[in-house]
Design a protein around this ligand. Sequence first.
Ligand SMILES: Cc1cc2nc3c(=O)[nH]c(=O)nc-3n(C[C@H](O)[C@H](O)[C@H](O)COP(=O)(O)OP(=O)(O)OC[C@H]3O[C@@H](n4cnc5c(N)ncnc54)[C@H](O)[C@@H]3O)c2cc1C
Length: 423
Amino acid sequence: MSLQPCDSLWRASAPAAPTLNALDQDLDVDVAIVGGGFTGLSAALHLAKFGVSVALVEAAEVGFGGSGRNVGLANAGLWLEPDDLDRQLGAEAGRALYDALAVAPDYVYGLIEEYGIECEATRNGTLHCGVGKAGLTQLQRRCEQMQRRGAPVELLNTADAQARIGSEKFNSALFDPRAGTIQPLGYARGLAHAAVKEGAQLFDQSPVESITPEGEGWIVKTATGSLKAQRVILATNAYGEYGVKDQARKFVPIFYSQLATKPLTPEQLDVILPNKEGCWDTCTVMSSFRMDQQGRLVFGGMGGEKHYHASWASQRVKELWPVLQKVEWEFSWTGKIAYSEDHLPHCQQLQRGLFSVAGYSGRGIGPGTIMGKELAEWFTDRRDSLSAPMTTLRDIPLREVKRMFYEVGAHTYHVGQRTHVIG
Ligand SMILES: Cc1cc2nc3c(=O)[nH]c(=O)nc-3n(C[C@H](O)[C@H](O)[C@H](O)COP(=O)(O)OP(=O)(O)OC[C@H]3O[C@@H](n4cnc5c(N)ncnc54)[C@H](O)[C@@H]3O)c2cc1C
């Protein structure tokens, strides 16, 4: 059974990946990587750059998972508020992770420049858009916590937020000038080009069927070949398939769907996000919106079922931007987010030499790139430890029930909002 890539805007508009082949031989390398998303590709790129022999096997194609399906908000930090991070990890470890991810956009945009990655890189900041009194309170709290840590964020008042977003439905917005938007699949494919350039061996259409210990190391097997390695990185996040399915059970998979309009008219572009910031809102069931380089509005929300999502999204965008009375969706796709119970990414040493990094909880562009780099630095003694917690995660109890809870919650919220909008 082959994995079918989704029909996304990103897949229709990304520059080509390097030409790769399926693994059809037995290779001996220092490090084997399973999964061709931001984490695996960044690890491959940096390991190769440090002179380590490395091979990466991807079940489908580069960027098949979350890396090719996401919103493309290259943020600084995690979803968690900084004080929550300190509460969960302790002040020192919380600060270390915060600091590592505060500069993640610098690192991502730096790689894009260094390797000439074509991914519609736009660094005009992001807007976390406030809805209602609770939204404003949340943004005030976040702003204070981030400013206390030296972040150059700014809480925009109602008039400024509405002008920047082009909608009267928001009462505030937290502007983060460090962040921006990218074409995420373009970035993933660009990382693949960079990794190949540095000497990493990449294989696609190569689902890993088993990983077994042998001597001091591991044998990673696909149907037509194998990798013998001292160390293995499982970088499969929410998309663990075949021989690595167990890893995905440590996180709750949450579906998130997006739609992209046809390119908007110049009049509409003057009103809707004229500065092209990437946006998401403070609603309980979050929505995101941004523009692509061709002037399409990309609008997303929690939930996996396209039929209700599209009709809800049509109503919602008309409500947000009356200038968009006729909404024509050109693309629609869904991705799976790996939610960890504490909303933090985790690095696990499953057995000696067998590592997994996952659980980005919807913030993986910067963190995935940084974690891949840090693993490479750690393996080559360039750093003593990783910024993310090293843990042994258990399977999440009632994982399917929790997934359904989120799915039904998003559905109910969208139906309720739609009824409200129509009524
Ligand atoms: C809809 C959506 C919106 C998001 N929006 C944002 C955003 O705006 N900003 C942000 O920072 N983050 C966002 N995220 C999160 C981000 O996309 C992920 O955290 C990130 O892509 C994770 O990268 P990864 O490399 O760890 O995993 P993935 O990109 O999921 O890659 C895992 C890969 O492993 C492969 N694989 C699985 N099993 C096997 C096997 N047995 N053998 C070989 N290969 C295998 C899969 O095919 C897949 O390609 C979003 C995620 C989703 C789904």
